[in-house]
Unconditional design. Structure first.
Length: 317
C-alpha cells in the first residue's frame, strides 16, 4: 500500500479514484471505462509532476525522510556486485549505523561506505536510525585506509540525520572520530565520490562526504543541522521547523548554486520512493560519470583538487 505525505493529498485523491475505476474494470462491472482510466492516469501523473516541481524546502525534507525511500542496503544490492561487508573498528566494536566493505561497481573494484537507517522497526533500532557512534566513523577510517592501500575508489552513500548525540558516544570521542574520518576523506590518494541519497545531516554526513565529487538526489537535503534542531536553537520551538527549513538553504538546488555539491541526480516523478529502481539506476549513472571524470588523476592531484574544492566553498557564487 502506497504511503502518502501530507502535501500529496490532491494526488492521493486522484489515485484513489483511479484505483476504484481499475477495480470496477477488473470485475467487469462497467463497459468501456478504459478511456476514463487513461484520462485519470494522465491527470494524476500531471498533478504529481507539477507538485514535485514546486516543492518547498520543508516538503523536500519530508520526501528525503520518506520511510519507503531506498536506503544504503537497497543501493548495495542494486548497484554493486560481490559486496563483501567488513565489520569493526579494531578499537572498540562494530557500529551498525555505518556499513561498508569491498565490492564491484559496474566491473570496477571499489570500497563502499554508507549510513543505513533501516526500514522496519526492528532494523531501525538495529541501525540506530542511521546515527553512528564513534566506532562507526573509526570503521569508515579503517575502510578508507584499506581502499588507499589497494588503490580502490571510495563511494560513500550518505543518509543520516546526524551523528548519535548520546552520552556513550561523547564518552568515546565522537567529535574526534568525526574529525579523523573527515581528515581521512581529504587525505585519500584515490578518487572518492559521495552521494546524498536522503538526509545529509551535520558532521555525521561530512565525515564520509568530503569527496572529490559530491552528488545529491533531487529531493534530498544536506545541512549543518536539522530544521527541527535549528528551530529549537533559534526559537526554542521545534514547531517552527518549517520556517527554519525555508531559510536554511538545505535543498540540492540551493547547494548546487553555492557549489557545495557538484551534481543533482534527477529523481522519478513523485520521488525516489515511487520508483526505487529508476532512482538507483540514475544514481549509479551519476557515480559512474563522476569516476570517469576523475580517471587518470594521480594521488597528489586528487588531494589538491579535493582541498581546493572545499576551500572554495563560500568564496565564489
Amino acid at each position: 500500500m502506497r504511503s502518502y505525505l501530507d502535501f500529496e493529498k490532491p494526488v492521493a485523491e486522484l489515485e484513489a479514484k483511479l484505483e476504484e475505476l481499475r477495480t470496477v474494470a477488473a470485475q467487469g462491472g462497467a463497459v468501456a471505462i478504459g478511456d476514463d482510466i487513461a484520462r485519470l492516469e494522465g491527470k494524476a501523473q500531471d498533478a504529481l509532476v507539477h507538485l514535485y516541481a514546486n516543492l518547498t524546502p520543508w516538503q523536500k525534507a519530508q520526501v528525503a525522510r520518506h520511510p519507503l525511500r531506498p536506503h544504503f542496503s537497497d543501493y548495495a544490492g542494486a548497484l554493486f556486485e560481490e559486496y563483501e561487508p567488513l565489520a569493526g573498528d579494531r578499537k572498540f566494536g562494530d557500529d551498525n549505523a555505518i556499513l561498508g566493505g569491498l565490492a564491484r561497481f559496474r566491473g570496477r573494484p571499489v570500497c563502499l561506505i554508507g549510513q543505513e537507517k533501516g526500514n522496519t522497526t526492528e532494523t531501525r533500532i538495529k541501525h540506530n536510525f542511521g546515527m553512528a557512534r564513534p566506532e562507526g566513523y573509526r570503521k569508515a577510517v579503517r575502510l578508507m585506509e584499506l581502499a588507499d592501500r589497494f588503490a580502490l575508489p571510495v563511494i560513500s552513500l550518505v543518509d543520516t540525520a546526524g551523528a548519535f548525540p548520546g552520552l556513550d558516544a561523547e564518552e568515546r570521542g565522537q567529535a574526534e572520530a568525526i574529525a579523523r574520518s573527515t581528515d581521512a576523506c581529504l587525505s585519500l590518494s584515490v578518487p572518492n565520490v559521495a552521494v546524498i541519497i536522503g538526509e545529509g545531516g551535520s558532521g555525521g554526513a561530512i565525515a564520509i562526504a568530503t569527496a572529490n565529487r559530491v552528488l545529491m538526489l533531487e529531493h534530498s537535503i544536506y545541512s549543518v543541522i536539522s530544521p527541527e534542531g535549528a528551530a529549537s536553537i533559534l526559537w526554542r520551538d521545534t514547531a517552527k521547523a518549517q520556517e527554519a527549513a525555508m531559510n536554511m538553504k538545505i535543498t540540492a538546488q540551493d547547494l548546487a548554486r553555492f557549489h557545495v555539491i557538484d551534481t543533482i541526480v534527477p529523481e522519478p516523478p513523485g520521488g525516489a520512493h515511487r520508483d526505487p529502481a529508476l532512482a538507483m539506476t540514475r544514481a549509479g549513472d551519476a557515480i559512474e560519470a563522476a569516476l570517469l571524470d576523475l580517471e587518470g588523476l594521480d594521488g597528489p592531484s586528487l588531494r589538491k583538487a579535493r582541498r581546493e574544492k572545499f576551500l572554495a566553498i563560500g568564496r565564489t557564487l
